[in-house]
Write a new protein. Structure first.
Length: 649
């Protein structure tokens, strides 16, 4: 038997909880709860029994001691004699029993743990147990799999009544909650945890392997990309969503009874997190029509119960796609991936029930509705912090390995954007990805190569489901007077500083149009586009062309909500590879200033007389990416300290 380590009983409770939380076959993100009864001293120094139980919304896999609020047990146990208590009364009463009044809100199943006489109690949503609990006859299935000393309680929403029913069965070995999960207990940490593992193992043996399978071959890239961007656009009507694809669920999506499977969940706790039902949509189906049917059905349920908009939203959080697998949506990548994982386990448990028993049982419409609108569970959803400005946005940043691109990427990531960073410098690109505060994926390659650009865009769609913004920043310095510059250098500047951006623009406009929720293209040009310098012709001509490319993109993309704007920086020295020693020397000579005074010269010649930093440009880019500039397109935003000769005109 696994020994539960810890310096004291609370530490051992944390260790036991983390062991349970580390096994996704037992519980998933935020699910399940654990408790221990121990002795503590109150404010008068009296030794009293305390129930330490997981706080609402915390995750067993990562809990700490502070996630276990304490409640005075001698104030909880007498409640069992009350007969009837409403949810509101129960929560208010629990709040008055807290050892530390400012601690986390205790689990909604606190009384279930309190009323059981055992010292240690565990509640899990193990996949195999849920497969039994959703059998056509859960009582018969549990008896056959786990033996007659494990009781079954018919479905009752968590709260006072369920707590009393379970307490009446404390002389049994454990309790399975129909359509819900397993409750075990023991006089030691090891006894409770060990019983959980034993019963789950027996359920596994009885039900058979619960395995969604390995990743199946994907449809061709163009078909998948088109499907994902259209789906993301439809799901992002109210708020940007990130998509997570799970091809291991193709075995579920391709089942003949997929519609039946999609209407069930392995436990109501999963229903809260991934929606009441999974929507089933084929790769070639009318996406808008299918989603419309799903949402209309959801609204009809709530109208039958005298309510308006569904509390958990009208759109599906998970979609099963025959031929592909499953797609989960969330306000950010982590939320989407959590939903994808929960859906995988939920679908697997339901499939196991259908296959083992030839049928399944689930909550009726009234129970589903009651759970979905239940304030005690919805409270968990209010614990998340407010979204960042660019939460749910997906952006490509080119030239992101160093200098300005790296600074722009860091700023967008800090604002919540999910990034795909591109550069020819692989080492610098990996460093840039590692330093981002949020999600970032690297795509290394020469951006003048159409195959690299295609891989860049496809990576964004495959990783996040779509695209909202592209920051076209990649560039090289190209100097030389017109009578001495080589044709090779001239063409190199045009290819990298202009043509590569045209190729990427051409690639993303149809995608943004297909997605249907607009988008933002931000072209990082230069003060030289309007105020070129002698000896800097190859660079200045390309940047002037980039501004004109932006204007054409604005003209052609406007009807689809695609905005195109440019920023014109000047003399951004920090970390920039544009300003090599050779370029610095050439520009110093061109302006007749000492090399060591070049940066000061550029700052002093502006109207504001101050240096321009990467942070200044990043702020301008973030404005143009965000909805703050939703009414702006075709504009050039100078970030040059005020160079009068470069005023846009």
């Amino acid at each position: 038997m696994t020994a539960i380590e810890g310096a004291n009983e609370l530490d051992r409770l944390v260790s036991r909880s983390r062991l349970i939380g580390a096994d996704p076959a037992l519980v998933l993100h935020g699910g399940g709860n654990t408790s221990t009864k121990l002795l503590e001293r109150d404010q008068l120094g009296r030794e009293r029994r305390v129930l330490r139980i997981k706080g609402s919304g915390s995750d067993l896999a990562t809990v700490t001691a502070s996630d276990f609020p304490g409640l005075w047990l001698d104030e909880l146990v007498p409640l069992r004699e009350r007969g009837v208590i409403s949810d509101e009364e129960m929560i208010a009463y629990l709040g008055r029993c807290l050892v530390e009044p400012d601690s986390a809100r205790p689990s909604i199943e606190t009384l279930l743990h309190a009323f059981l006489p055992a010292t240690h109690v565990d509640h899990v949503h193990a996949d195999a147990i849920c497969a039994l609990a959703n059998a056509p006859d859960p009582h018969a299935a549990v008896r056959a799999a786990l033996g007659p000393d494990v009781a079954v309680v018919d479905y009752v929403r968590p709260g006072f009544e369920l707590s009393c029913r379970v307490a009446e069965l404390s002389d049994r070995r454990a309790v399975v909650l129909a359509h819900h999960g397993l409750v075990t207990w023991g006089d030691t940490h090891e006894e409770s945890y060990g019983l959980t593992l034993e019963l789950v193992r027996l359920a596994d043996l009885f039900v058979g392997p619960i395995d969604p399978g390995s990743a199946a071959p994907a449809p061709d890239g163009a078909t998948t990309e088109r499907f994902l961007v259209r789906l993301r656009g439809l799901l992002s009507r109210d708020r940007r969503q990130v998509l997570a694809v799970d091809r291991t669920q193709r075995a579920f999506a391709d089942r003949g009874d997929v519609e039946r499977l999609a209407r069930m969940r392995s436990t109501p706790d999963h229903m809260l997190r991934i929606g009441v039902e999974t929507c089933v949509i084929g790769l070639d189906d009318d996406l808008a029509g299918k989603l419309g049917e799903f949402e209309a059905e959801r609204r009809a349920v709530f109208e039958r119960h005298g309510r308006g908009e569904p509390e958990l939203g009208r759109s599906p959080k998970v979609v099963l796609v025959p031929g592909l697998g499953a797609v989960a949506a969330g306000p950010d990548r982590r939320a989407a991936e959590v939903r994808r994982e929960i859906a995988r386990h939920s679908h697997a448990a339901v499939a196991a029930t259908l296959d083992r028993f030839g049928g399944a049982s689930w909550l009726d419409e009234s129970d589903v509705f009651g759970f979905e609108y239940w304030p005690l569970e919805l409270y968990k959803l209010t614990l998340a912090p407010p979204p960042a400005e660019l939460a749910g946005h997906v952006a490509i940043v080119t030239g992101a390995a160093s200098g300005l691109g790296r600074e722009i990427a860091r700023d967008l990531s800090a604002r919540g954007a999910h990034l795909v960073l591109a550069d020819i410098d692989g080492d610098g690109l990996e460093e840039a990805c590692r330093e981002q505060p949020g999600d970032a994926i690297a795509v290394e390659g020469d951006l003048t190569d159409g195959a690299v650009l295609d891989r860049l865009v496809h990576t964004a769609v495959a990783s996040f489901g779509g695209l909202d913004a592209v920051v076209l920043n990649a560039g090289v310095a190209a100097t030389g007077s017109l009578d001495t510059v080589t044709e090779q250098e001239w063409r190199r500047s045009l290819e990298i500083n202009l043509t590569s951006h045209f190729l990427l623009t051409r690639r993303v406009i149809p995608l943004l149009r297909e997605q249907g929720i607009g988008g933002s293209l931000v072209f990082v040009a230069s003060k030289n586009a309007f105020a070129p310098g002698a000896g800097f012709g190859p660079y200045s001509v390309a940047k002037a062309g980039l501004v004109q490319l932006m204007r054409i993109a604005a003209l052609e993309g406007g009807k689809d909500g695609i905005r195109a704007n440019a920023v014109n920086p000047d003399a951004i020295f920090g970390g920039s590879k544009l300003w090599s020693e050779e370029v610095r020397r050439e520009r110093a000579e061109a302006h007749g200033v000492p090399l060591e005074a070049l940066e000061e010269f550029y700052a002093s010649r502006s109207l504001l007389g101050r240096p321009v930093t990467g942070e200044d440009v990043a702020e301008a880019v973030a404005f143009l990416v965000s909805d703050r500039s939703r009414a702006t397109t075709g504009a050039v935003l100078p970030v040059d300290g005020g160079v009068a000769a470069a005023f846009p005109r």
